[in-house]
Design a protein. Structure first.
Length: 181
């Protein structure tokens, strides 16, 4: 069993099963709470270009030619990447894959010149809240309050350790479609 990261686009056919499962998960947890059109409105809120270099990226974790986890980021501000769609196929959970995706996204955001991460998760996603809190993210909400009572997205931030790489924009094509250990 060998896993590898692949930087690709949201249109990659290998991503579709993961994105479909994520859509179903969002709909089952939130229905039309955030949008009358349901999760599809959130999933199509940003154009594919938002998750492409030089300002964003989209990755899949591949095992045996199959996407088992993935995630993306886009530009939030000049120094801040916004992470989106961090997801693990339900059949492969409890293996630390979301953590691996999170770490790889952080590393790639650094390579692309970001020094900070911002992200949100839903108030009915305790697994995500736990992941972020145990990996150095600061909650930008009161964690002593039951998230269900907040009834909104839960924001987090993290300052990344290394200095940003301003040369990334010049060499963005070198990073597209390749693995970075």
């Amino acid at each position: 069993m060998s896993d590898s990261f692949v930087y690709t686009t949201t249109d990659d056919p290998r991503a579709q099963p993961l994105l479909d499962e994520l859509l179903n998960e969002y709909d089952s947890r939130y229905g039309t709470f955030f949008n009358p059109e349901g999760a599809r409105a959130e999933m199509t809120r940003y154009p594919p270009e938002a998750f492409a270099p030089p300002h964003g990226n989209f990755l899949l974790l591949i095992r045996d030619s199959r996407a088992i986890a993935g995630g993306a980021f886009m530009r939030h501000s000049a120094d801040t990447a916004e992470f989106k769609r961090i997801w693990t196929d339900a059949r492969f959970r409890r293996q630390g894959l979301a953590r691996r995706v999170l770490v790889e996204l952080e590393d790639q955001a650094l390579r692309q010149g970001y020094s900070r991460v911002y992200l949100t998760t839903g108030f009915r996603q305790p697994e995500a809240v736990g992941l972020y809190l145990t990996h150095g993210y600061t909650a930008l909400f009161d964690t002593s309050v039951d998230p269900e009572t907040l009834k909104r997205t839960l924001p987090f931030e993290k300052n990344l350790a290394a200095a940003p790489n301003p040369a990334f924009a010049e060499n963005a094509a070198d990073y597209q479609g390749s693995f970075h250990p």
